[in-house]
Design a protein around this ligand. Structure first.
Ligand SMILES: [Zn+2]
Length: 496
């Protein structure tokens, strides 16, 4: 008999729990994650998580907190009454959040910097950002330099809006302990917004990251099986036959109830980047034409069985996923249903799913590696340089009035012949006859760095840093730049 999941309500909080005695893991989950953060507030959920863990001290039971794309989670493991005590303390901390001092927030920001110094200071983009820009699920990957400038009022408002009984769920690997008494404000209903993808044709992105990554939008109900079957085929061709990669790391991100983004990260050494790109894309296209091998389908079945097919216990991840799905209004699939689907799926069905998804292919490729337009074209991919500085100086949907003739403030680079000009609608650089442009209306976040640099990020998550020390009259440039943008998108960033 498969162990089943019990559902009940604890003080208005939906709870998922198992019948098992002894030590347990208990998790308090809120339906707010990185996908809910606007680009100007990136990192705010993580800051709130740290603040609550701080307020809940001292806590001696084994415990922790985590922020994912979809959720904020606090967990503890040990004796049921100790686990309950910790989660009660976190809920109490939510109610006293407003009492924290600015000094304590500053202290916790420096803890966050120590946790991941790169993320704390740098804007970067990943596969979700390439597809969706820096909002919605795309927010999960572009760093969190806005953390440094977050105010107490902003963090308090964030907690007040999202950390409510209606937006919380509990999971326990045993019965709910009698000592559990989580009290949260009722709150108002929340909603999650997701814009459609910005890229809609097979595209190769020149990435700042090393290696090769493949990304597809696939139907959620077969995402797990498709992911495993693709991993198997990629390993067969690129590892076993060609010897150019070691592993295929995979990530699946639910976009909504129906769609998931499936990412496969390959790890060639630098000189094998190009062969890995070619072989990787050709493997996918080859499967579209000739179908998945029977072995690939079999390996996908085995992976699902190994993950979910345990008779005597429900995996913790599955339990937590039930809670997250319920918070985000997604339909969860029963463990048995997933196992049955794995048994029933055929190569033809899985191939058909890939065929209908292949148009969403995004390939991220090391920008330092050599690649011609023709080479990308032969793989059926358009090249996207993914640079905030646009070579095309024609405004897209912006005002089209000619600004070229008017006099605009211009700055000279201290050591090169480059100039920088600021017009009412754009920032332009001129270097040896070439002009590159950033349209001001495309900028989503302006980082006012403590070192004096200005960081710009646009609505696709592309970014650059301007060092004022490199320009003559840099102080004036800095002032003019900050005046050119609406104040609500200007945030304090740490030094780079
Ligand atoms: Zn942390």
């Amino acid at each position: 008999m498969m162990q089943s999941v019990n559902t009940s309500s604890h003080n208005g909080i939906t709870s998922f729990w198992l019948d098992r005695e002894g030590l347990c893991t208990g998790t308090l989950i809120f339906g707010v994650g990185m996908r809910d953060e606007p680009p100007t507030f990136a990192g705010i959920t993580h800051l709130v998580e740290h603040m609550l863990l701080r307020i809940a001290q001292p806590a001696t039971v084994v415990h922790g907190g985590t922020v994912t794309t979809d959720s904020l989670q606090f967990y503890a493991l040990g004796r049921p009454e100790d686990v309950a005590g910790f989660l009660n303390a976190i809920a109490a901390a939510v109610s006293t959040f407003e009492a924290v001092t600015d000094e304590v927030i500053a202290l916790e920001k420096s803890v966050l910097e120590a946790e991941d110094a790169h993320k704390f200071s740098t804007v970067s983009a990943g596969l979700l950002t390439y597809r969706y820009g820096p909002s919605g699920v795309g927010a999960a990957q572009f760093g969190a330099p806005a953390t440094a400038g977050l105010t107490k009022a902003e963090a308090t408002e964030w907690a007040r809006r999202w950390l409510t009984a209606a937006n919380a769920a509990l999971t326990f690997t045993g019965p709910l302990p009698s000592a559990l008494d989580i009290r949260l404000p009722a709150g108002k209903p929340v909603s999650h917004h997701q814009d459609p993808p910005l890229i809609t044709a097979p595209t190769l992105i020149r990435s700042r990251k090393q290696g090769v990554a493949l990304s597809l939008l696939v139907p959620s109900h077969d995402a797990g099986l498709l992911c495993e079957a693709l991993r198997y085929e990629l390993l067969t061709r690129l590892r076993h036959a060609a010897g150019i990669i070691y592993s295929v790391e995979n990530f699946t991100t639910a976009i909504d109830t129906d769609q998931s983004q499936l990412d496969l990260i390959l790890d060639p050494v630098r000189q094998n980047s190009m062969p890995a790109l070619r072989e990787g894309v050709n493997t996918l296209r080859g499967i579209v034409d000739a179908g998945f091998s029977e072995d690939a389908v079999q390996s996908a079945r085995h992976a699902v069985t190994a993950e979910l097919g345990w008779d005597d216990y429900v995996p913790q991840d599955y339990l937590d996923q039930l809670a997250i799905d319920s918070l985000l209004g997604r339909r969860s699939r029963d463990r048995q249903e997933l196992l049955d689907r794995a048994t029933a799926i055929s190569s033809a069905e899985l191939t058909k799913t890939l065929r209908t998804s292949i148009g969403s292919l995004i390939v991220a490729f090391d920008k330092s590696a050599k690649l011609s337009k023709a080479e990308a074209g032969s793989l059926g991919l358009a090249i996207d340089r993914y640079e905030i500085w646009q070579r095309n100086n024609t405004p897209k949907n912006h005002q089209s009035a000619a600004e070229g003739d008017a006099e605009h403030p211009t700055w000279r680079h201290k050591s090169t012949h480059t100039t920088l000009a600021l017009t009412p609608t754009r920032l332009m650089t001129h270097t040896s006859g070439k002009t590159k442009t950033i349209f001001l209306a495309d900028v989503a976040v302006v980082g006012d760095r403590s070192c004096g640099c200005i960081s710009l990020m646009d609505q696709r998550g592309r970014s650059c840093d301007l060092n004022m020390d490199e320009w003559k009259a840099g102080k004036k440039l800095r002032k003019k730049l900050l005046e050119a943008f609406p104040p609500e998108i200007i945030r304090s960033f740490p030094e780079e």
